[in-house]
Design a protein around this ligand. Structure first.
Ligand code: IMP
Ligand code: MG
Length: 179
């Protein structure tokens, strides 16, 4: 794949992403009123959306952050199903209202495993927010509480998502078209 040429076509503009993040932020702020949201970012892809989303949470709903890093991919385009913790969370989850923020759910393998692991740490609640979902690719069941956009089975980059570690910084969501 990597030796072929490709180009990137815009699929969702940065304005649409911002608008959707604001909508989700409002909904999440309502749902968590009177609580503290403990947001967990799955590095590296989730970091762009997490900062955007957390900035859209109402100022009277406090947010705390933690980060973890897992590896689930043998190569860039296909899930191996093997999930390994590369960096664990700094803080315990017991009694907290945890919101996991992801860039994209594809086969669901990563999140299925990860959510099971986080649930075992006894949070008060555990929810999942993803910028993108590719439901037709699902192999393992994952309950998604908040979704930015459902998309068809295309390989996308931008807003944190990469192709060979590149293009995470694009402000829009683009499709990688192989020429
Ligand atoms: P899953 O375990 O198959 O659900 O894979 C989830 C992870 O694979 C995401 O968090 C991304 O890091 C990566 N991924 C899946 N689809 C794409 C894509 O279209 N573009 C970039 N990364 C992707
Ligand atoms: Mg990810």
């Amino acid at each position: 794949m990597s030796e072929g040429t490709y180009h990137i076509e815009q699929m969702i503009s940065s304005e649409e992403v911002d608008r959707r993040a604001a909508e989700l932020g409002r909904r999440i702020s309502e749902d968590y009123r009177g609580r503290v949201i403990h947001m967990i970012c799955v590095l590296k892809g989730g970091v762009y959306f997490m900062t955007k989303l957390s900035s859209c949470i109402s100022e009277d709903v406090p947010v705390t952050l933690d980060f973890m890093s897992v590896s689930s991919y043998g190569d860039e385009l296909k899930s191996t199903g093997v999930v390994r913790i590369l960096k664990d969370l700094d803080q315990p989850l017991a009694g907290r209202d945890v919101l996991v923020v992801e860039d994209i759910i594809d086969s669901g393998r990563t999140l299925h495993y990860l959510l099971g692991m986080l649930r075992a740490r006894n949070p008060r609640s555990l929810k999942l927010c993803t910028l993108l979902d590719k439901p037709e690719r699902r192999e393992m069941e994952v309950k998604v509480d908040y979704t930015g956009f459902e998309i068809e089975d295309r390989f996308v980059v931008g807003c944190g998502m990469d192709f060979e570690q590149k293009y995470r910084n694009l402000p829009y969501i683009g499709v990688v078209e192989f020429d």
